[in-house]
Write a protein that binds this ligand. Structure first.
Ligand code: HSE
Length: 445
């Protein structure tokens, strides 16, 4: 018979100061109360939100018995607070608050991907100097414990590449547009109402939020400093429904992916709409769900799936970090995992690969004149640049139209070759308007 594990009574109270009481702040505040007993057992300490810093109260939270300050810096100044939870977002007050907390010797938990991606190198250096921890599980992929998976679960592997749907709002918009034919603006408004979207939703739809998250994932996966400015970023706003349909005819779905890949030249970092074979699990991740596919040299491909945004899922990640830190405080467990990036950077220094040198499969949609010889012109321009055609669809012209849509799927081709081919194709009299081009990934190695 199994011997029951006895729970040890928490001997210490760890005081948490939550700054920001919006969607994630209120979710975190309530989760600490709802799961208080089990968290105390896991943390070997009573985790208590003792101080909240927020411009206004949130009706979702009962703040009775909690000190409430309108000035968030009062929370840092409170000598009883052990851990600051930064949930105000942005990179101005949030950054100042984080630096102040570290200098005051307090640990920090944050969900702020923009702050970590842009200022993480300095934040972690300061935290090391002051002997405190900065945790950010909630910054990437909401409730999915992807940071822990990379730092701990996959620590035995050399990470080869990762590819993820890491913006819930964008994925929600693409899914609703594809399945229900809904309008872009209408779905975005719903994502905002549900608390998924960033304060500035262009961060979601232009890929900036995903770029922040990809920079963080890559720094952990490849042990490199954060390179937010090195992420090639393309959003979903210019995606047209017709390309979603043609991609489906070719057996693909279009997803907004963040991709980080180790190559012979260094590391590729890119966020862009991507055609994925429709039978891949990643192609079937819909709505606000996120998923990250990680390929390690020993384990092979592993997939992590879950809610990428929203109060409860994000609070789940914040509270996991709080339990870790509370254990650290209560039972003196030292930081078990390496500091972000710096530890491995000394072993291996990986440069970023410029986009011109990145090889992908390409989807092209060309409006061509419906007359003999045009197809061979297209094929010649592509083959002269070492680009071979995998499949090709030609649509019959609509009544009254002299142009036909030609959709091409290539084999792997360098971006520099494709840039040159598109320029040559667009210069032809027989080609009408701009060529639409999207990248495709097979995700199989
Ligand atoms: N706006 C983000 C998203 C929130 O939609 O994924 C979670 O980071």
């Amino acid at each position: 018979m199994d011997t029951p594990v006895e729970s040890v009574k928490p001997v210490k109270t760890v005081n948490v100061g939550i700054c920001g009481l919006g969607t994630v702040g209120s979710g975190t505040f309530n989760l600490l109360i709802e799961n208080a007993a089990l968290l105390a057992n896991r943390a070997q300490a009573t985790l208590r939100c003792s101080h909240v810093g927020a411009r206004r109260d949130n009706p979702a939270c009962d703040l009775g018995g909690v000190t409430v300050s309108r000035d968030i810096f009062d929370v840092v100044r409170d000598p009883d607070v052990d851990i600051i939870v930064e949930l105000i977002g942005g990179t101005t007050d949030a950054l100042e608050l984080t630096y102040a907390a570290i200098r005051a010797g307090k640990h920090v938990v944050t969900a702020n991907k923009a702050m970590i991606a842009e200022f993480g190198n300095d934040i972690f250096a300061l935290a090391r100097e002051h002997g405190v921890c900065v945790r950010y599980e909630a910054a990437v992929a909401g409730g999915i414990p992807i940071i822990k998976a990379l730092r701990e679960g996959l620590a035995g592997n050399r990470i080869e590449w990762l590819a993820g749907i890491i913006n819930g709002t964008g994925n929600f918009i693409l899914s609703e547009m594809r399945d229900k034919g809904r309008d872009f603006a209408d779905v975005l408004a719903e994502a905002q109402a549900l608390g998924y979207a960033e304060a500035d939703p262009t961060f979601d739809v232009e890929g900036i939020d995903a770029a922040h998250k990809l920079a963080i994932l890559a720094s952990i996966a490849f042990g490199m400093p954060l390179h937010m400015n090195g992420v090639y970023t393309e959003g979903i706003t210019r995606l047209q429904p017709v390309d979603v349909r043609y991609a489906a005819e070719l057996g693909y779905r279009i997803k907004h992916l963040g991709i980080a890949r180790r190559t012979g030249q260094g590391v590729e970092l890119r966020v862009h709409p991507t055609l994925i074979p429709q039978e891949r699990l990643l192609a079937n991740v819909d709505g606000v769900m996120n998923a990250v596919l990680v390929e390690g040299d020993a384990v092979g491909p592993t997939l992590y799936y879950g809610a990428g945004a929203g109060a409860q899922p994000t609070a789940s990640a914040v509270v996991a970090d709080l339990v870790d830190l509370a254990r650290h405080i209560s039972v003196g467990q030292s930081d078990r995992v390496p500091a972000l990036g710096v530890a491995d950077a000394a072993v291996e220094s990986l440069p970023l690969v410029p986009m011109e040198q990145v090889e992908t499969i390409w989807y092209l949609r060309i409006q061509a004149q419906d007359k003999p010889g045009v197809m061979s012109q297209v094929a010649n321009i592509l083959s002269a640049r070492d680009i071979s055609i995998e499949s090709l669809i030609q649509k019959a012209p609509r009544p009254g139209q002299s142009h036909v849509a030609v959709v091409v799927l290539t084999n792997l081709a360098l971006q520099s070759n494709m840039d040159s081919a598109v320029q040559a194709l667009e210069a032809l009299d027989t080609i009408h308007g701009d060529i639409i081009r999207l990248r495709a990934e097979t995700l199989d190695g």
